[in-house]
Design a binder for this molecule. Structure first.
Ligand code: PPS
Length: 568
């Protein structure tokens, strides 16, 4: 491998003076408010992290990338970097028009000349890029449920970098890293990509990888968007800083990468390689199941464990980066040190703690041994991931009007308050409609808005360590799923289906609404003239016929205990 060319990579920014002028001109352009993922993509487009891309992909480039990982001119590029927008916005545009790209506070970051506008075949994109059109894949789910219907393509002119207030000193553009390597005389640099906290085994394997490649080491964690459910980047960076001290001085550095990962396994590995090449690295560690998305909807892995390594190897020369194999390190008790699993001395006792086991120990407040991780790292993780019995959570009741949701929710609230320890908030359907959603009716759109608002409040309560009890009808499965995702970023989501039959609810008709609905005096009434998707896999289903309220609430308490959310 030749020595690295550490000359600057091309950026898409204009000079400071031009940017000031352009900013004023751009203020009168039609503008698009970028999503968090688009902001990440734009940052790496502008700073050269996605070199040779000059903007969001054109349709021809997109087709090439989707079909065979190549831009229209044949250059290797495995990931579609597209500006997805809604149809309403797309319809207002003319081809050739300049638009302003704004961050979430409205700051103009760039302009883009729209050269292409098309409606992509998302199923094809999912099949080719992610390997299956399966919503269990986080990027496929994003593609179908979050990304807009229309894609825009065209060159970007950079005005300013997205603003970051956190860890500013740890964020480097490709050119800043190149300059640093030049200054330090680092000719060979092995990059380690990560979205997880590092423990002793990672420290051992990265140090070994660097030694084998006779290179310096760049810990290059992703702090943009990772897999839903990952440890937040604030905590991770504090952990990485602690681990950084464990490497021999001047061998290793760390820089944060504002990348929005797609969890696309093999293609993602190639993409990560190209990005690291742009950041001036010469080697890249690719491990087992690199950027793996987890299980598909049939419970199987999306990709084979070594698919990423194989694809990377195949394109290594074109990427211009050498792959370093990631060794699975285990702790050998008798030797009190780490070994690659293939080099363990015969007859010795091997210790290992899997990611799942670590999460269990953290969740249950159990011991995490010193041989496994550094005390500073464990302390940080315990601070952000207290045991489940001290975390916030949400209980989400769903069921027909009059099914008994509110009554059980009230009883549950009182029982939890009697136990004490965490603040409890009841977001009852009627209460929410009075205080949060008073302008909304019962169309699908309005019900969705109502439930998303409840989900937002519940996720904030959960994040801050409280208990949210929600009791709306929430008739649509897709909306309940979205709320689950919002909440599960911060704590447990316990769905309770109050499964009282429609006949029974109508027989009770506590508020006289069913009668009015039958007479057509109330429109779009759930169960009568509007659908209700019965939850397929709720954490709990409670029957209310012939069971008193106290017993129903007690069933929920038992469930919460079995999930470890309240101490037994
Ligand atoms: S939803 O679908 O989740 O947004 O509904 P929710 O906010 O829980 O509000 C349901 C309560 O509103 C009353 N109500 C109706 N329900 C269903 N369909 C229609 N068209 C309707 N119009 C009014 C009804 O009293 C519900 O109260 P609960 O507490 O569920 O009995």
């Amino acid at each position: 491998m030749s020595l690295p060319n550490l000359a600057p990579v091309p950026e898409l920014y204009v000079s400071y003076e031009s940017a000031q002028k352009l900013k004023v001109e751009a203020a009168s352009l039609t503008s698009w408010d970028l999503s968090p993922r688009q902001i990440c993509d734009l940052e790496l487009l502008m700073n050269g992290g996605f070199n040779p891309l000059k903007g969001f992909l054109s349709e021809a480039d997109y087709d090439g990338v989707v079909e065979n990982m190549r831009l229209a001119d044949g250059t290797l590029w495995p990931m579609p970097i597209t500006l997805d927008v809604n149809e309403k916005f797309a319809d207002t545009l003319e081809i050739g028009q300049d638009i302003a790209l704004r961050d979430q506070e409205g700051v103009i970051l760039a302009t883009m000349t729209v050269t292409d506008r098309w409606t992509p075949n998302k199923a094809r994109e999912a099949e080719h890029v992610f390997g299956a059109d399966d919503l269990a894949h986080p990027a496929v789910n994003y593609l179908h449920h979050t990304a807009g219907k229309v894609y825009l393509g065209g060159p970007v002119t950079g005005i300013q970098q997205p603003v970051h207030y956190d860890f500013r000193g740890r964020r480097d553009t490709p050119n800043e890293l190149r300059a640093l390597f030049r200054k330090l005389g680092w000719r060979r640099v092995v990059a380690f990509q990560t979205r997880n906290p590092l423990h002793r085994a990672h420290q051992e394997l990265t140090f070994r990888a660097a030694r084998e490649a006779q290179a310096n080491l760049l810990i290059h964690p992703v702090v943009g968007m990772t897999k839903p459910g990952d440890v937040d980047h604030f905590t991770r960076v504090r952990c990485y800083e602690a681990v950084l001290d464990k490497y021999p001085g001047a061998t290793t550095t760390m820089s944060l990468l504002n990348l929005a990962m797609r969890m696309a396994g093999p293609r993602e590995a190639v993409w990560h390689g190209l990005i690291r090449k742009n950041h001036g690295c010469t080697h890249f560690i690719v491990g087992r199941d690199h950027a793996g998305p987890g299980k598909n909807s049939a419970g199987k892995d999306f990709y084979g464990p070594y698919d990423a390594q194989e694809l990377f190897k195949q394109y290594q020369d074109e990427i211009g980066l050498e792959m370093v194999d990631f060794k699975h390190m285990v702790y050998v008790q008798e030797k009190a040190q780490y070994y690659p699993i293939s080099e363990v001395p015969e007859g010795s006792t091997v210790l290992d703690i899997s990611g799942t086991e670590l999460r269990r120990r953290l969740a249950e407040g159990l011991e995490i041994p010193e041989w496994f991780s550094f005390p500073e790292v464990v302390r940080e993780l315990r601070r952000t991931r207290p045991p489940r019995s001290k975390q916030g959570f949400t209980v989400f009741f769903t069921g027909f009007s009059g099914s008994g949701k509110s009554t059980i929710a009230n009883a549950l609230m009182v029982k939890l308050m009697e136990m004490g320890g965490r603040p409890v908030t009841l977001l009852d359907g009627d209460l929410v409609r009075k205080n949060l959603s008073s302008e909304l009716g019962f169309s699908k759109e309005h019900r969705d808005l109502n439930i998303r608002r409840i989900g937002y409040v519940a996720s904030e309560i959960t994040k801050n360590g409280g208990i949210a009890i929600c009791a709306p009808i929430a008739p649509y499965a897709a909306t309940r799923r979205a709320v689950r995702e919002d909440v599960e970023q911060f704590g447990a989501f316990v769905e309770v289906h109050v499964s009282t039959s429609l006949e029974e609810c109508e027989r009770r008709d506590r508020k006289g609404l069913y009668k009015l609905a039958r007479e057509g005096k109330i429109k779009e009434f759930t169960g009568i003239s509007d659908p209700y998707d019965v939850p397929e896999n709720p954490e709990l289903r409670v029957e209310t016929e012939n069971v008193d309220v106290d017993n129903c609430a007690h069933q929920v308490i038992l469930k919460l205990e079995s999930l470890g959310l309240i101490a037994g």
